[in-house]
Design a protein around this ligand. Structure first.
Ligand code: FES
Ligand code: FES
Length: 160
């Protein structure tokens, strides 16, 4: 069956089983490879995208639920030449080690800032509690999201 998905402001006609998880369509059919397959079970957050302003785990979200909704992936945040605020902040804070979790972290952070432009550290921790980083980059990820919210703020003192 054909389903039309609106991703990063552009419509895509997708020929797939309606139960197909969005992550598979992004990566296998549309070459949108930012969102990652981590657990495939809704437990790690590596596949997080934004749907209608809310963070959504694309590995467990069938495309049939997404017709008519606005889907955003990291590719929609900005470009190499013109990175979005979250991408720029992650670069500035060097908030990645292996980088596998980072697309999901950025989308969870972006969804947070859209509903709460000036989050506290506790707000950031709560928003990212379902996003796992096996490299232990959490302090820099926190700093990056703080920087994205307050780009003029002083750089964080780095501890790792
Ligand atoms: S890959 Fe989706 S939550 Fe882990
Ligand atoms: S940077 Fe490696 S999993 Fe987070």
């Amino acid at each position: 069956m054909t389903i039309t998905l609106t991703i990063n402001g552009k419509d895509h006609d997708v020929e797939a089983d309606p139960d197909t998880p969005l992550l598979y369509v992004l990566r296998n059919d549309l070459a949108l490879n930012a969102a990652k397959f981590g657990c495939g079970l809704g437990q790690c957050g590596a596949c997080t995208v934004i749907v209608d302003e809310q963070p959504v785990l694309s590995c467990v979200t069938p495309i049939t639920l997404l017709q008519g909704k606005a889907i955003m992936t990291v590719e929609g945040l900005g470009t190499i030449d013109n990175p979005g605020r979250m991408q720029a902040a992650f670069i500035e804070e060097q908030a990645a080690q292996c980088g596998y979790c980072i697309a999901g972290m950025m989308m969870a952070g972006e969804a947070l800032l859209r509903r709460n432009p000036d989050p506290s550290d506790d707000d950031i921790r709560a928003a990212l509690r379902t996003n796992l980083c096996r490299c232990g980059t959490h302090m820099r990820i926190m700093a990056a999201i703080r920087r994205a919210a307050r780009p003029q703020s002083q750089p964080m003192k780095r501890t790792g």
